[in-house]
Design a protein around this ligand. Structure first.
Ligand SMILES: Nc1ncnc2c1ncn2[C@@H]1O[C@H](COP(=O)(O)OP(=O)(O)O)[C@@H](O)[C@H]1O
Ligand SMILES: Nc1ccn([C@H]2C[C@H](O)[C@@H](COP(=O)(O)OP(=O)(O)O)O2)c(=O)n1
Length: 237
C-alpha cells in the first residue's frame, strides 16, 4: 500500500460526468496516500439546497446571483469522513435528494456562483499541506489548471445509470431498481451531462493534459490502482 509520494504537496484533479466513479475513487486514493479530499459537487449541491430552502427562484439567474454570497459553506476534507455544512447546518444527506439533483445544474451555471465556489476551492487546495485530491467537472480546466496530476473519468451511459440505480436502491427503505428505473436514471444523467457540458462558464470538459480513464469495464479497485500509479509516476519525475 502506498503512502505519501513526494516532499511537496501533490494536487490531483479528477473530473468527469456523474457515475464514472469520481467520488469513490478520489476518497480511496486520498485515504491511501495520506492526502485531503474535496468533493466540489457537494459544494454546488449545498448552495443549491440553500437556495431552494431560502425560496430563491432557481430559474432566475439574477436572483441566484444576488443570493450567492449570503451563505457560508464549510467542507471537511478528511477522506474517511468528508463533511459539508452551510451556515452551520449539516447538509450531507439532503443534498443527495432528487430536488437538489434536479436543480443543481441551473444553480451551478450562474457565473457569480461559480466565482465564489471556485475561490473557496482554491483556498482549500492551497491550505492542504499533505496534498489533495479534488473532484468535479472543471477542476483540471479552470479551478486548478496547474494541478500535478489530471484525470478525466468516463464510462458508458448504460454503466453509469446502472451504478447510480444500484446505489439509490441500496439505500434503506428504497425499492430495488427495475429496467424502467434504470432507463429513467440514464435519461436524467444525460440531461444533466448536457446542461453541465453546454453551460458558458467553465463547462464539464476534459483538460487537454488530462489522462482519460474509461471505467466501464474496470472494478473500483482497478480504477484506484490506476490513479495511484499515475500519481506515483508523477512523483518520480
Ligand atoms: N469501477 C466501478 N465499478 C463498479 N461500481 C463503481 C465503480 N466506480 C464507482 N462505482 C459505484 O458507482 C456509484 C457511483 O460512483 P461515484 O463514485 O459516486 O461516481 P461519481 O462521483 O462520478 O458520480 C457508487 O455506488 C460506486 O460505488
Ligand atoms: N466542479 C463542479 C462540480 C459539480 N458541478 C455541478 C454539476 C453537477 O451536475 C452537480 C453535482 O455534482 P456531483 O459531483 O455531486 O454529481 P454526481 O454525484 O456525480 O451526480 O454540480 C459543477 O458545476 N462543477
Amino acid at each position: 500500500m502506498s503512502t505519501s509520494v513526494a516532499a511537496t504537496p501533490v494536487v490531483v484533479a479528477i473530473d468527469g460526468p456523474s457515475g464514472t466513479g469520481k467520488s469513490s475513487t478520489s476518497k480511496a486514493v486520498a485515504a491511501r496516500m495520506g492526502m485531503r479530499y474535496l468533493d466540489t459537487g457537494a459544494q454546488y449541491r449545498a448552495i443549491t439546497w440553500w437556495m431552494l430552502h431560502a425560496g430563491v427562484d432557481i430559474d432566475d439567474p439574477r436572483a441566484v446571483a444576488a443570493a450567492a454570497g449570503k451563505p457560508s459553506i464549510v467542507s471537511g476534507t478528511d477522506p474517511l469522513a468528508p463533511s459539508i455544512t452551510i451556515d452551520g447546518t449539516d447538509v450531507a444527506a439532503p443534498i443527495r435528494g432528487e430536488r437538489v439533483t434536479g436543480a443543481v445544474s441551473a444553480v451551478s451555471a450562474v457565473p457569480e456562483v461559480r466565482t465564489l465556489i471556485t475561490d473557496l476551492q482554491r483556498s482549500i487546495a492551497a491550505e492542504a499541506d499533505g496534498g489533495i485530491v479534488v473532484e468535479g467537472r472543471d477542476i483540471g480546466t479552470t479551478v486548478l489548471p496547474d494541478a500535478d496530476v489530471k484525470i478525466f473519468l468516463t464510462a458508458s451511459p448504460e454503466v453509469r445509470a446502472a451504478r447510480r440505480s444500484a446505489e439509490v436502491s441500496g439505500r434503506a427503505g428504497a425499492p430495488a431498481a427495475g429496467g424502467a428505473d434504470v432507463a429513467a436514471t440514464q435519461a436524467a444523467l444525460l440531461r444533466r451531462d448536457a446542461a453541465d457540458s453546454g453551460r458558458k462558464t467553465s463547462p464539464l470538459a476534459k483538460a487537454g493534459d488530462a489522462t482519460e480513464v474509461d471505467t466501464s469495464e474496470l472494478t473500483l479497485e482497478q480504477v484506484i490502482e490506476c490513479v495511484v500509479t499515475l500519481i506515483e509516476e508523477r512523483g518520480r519525475r
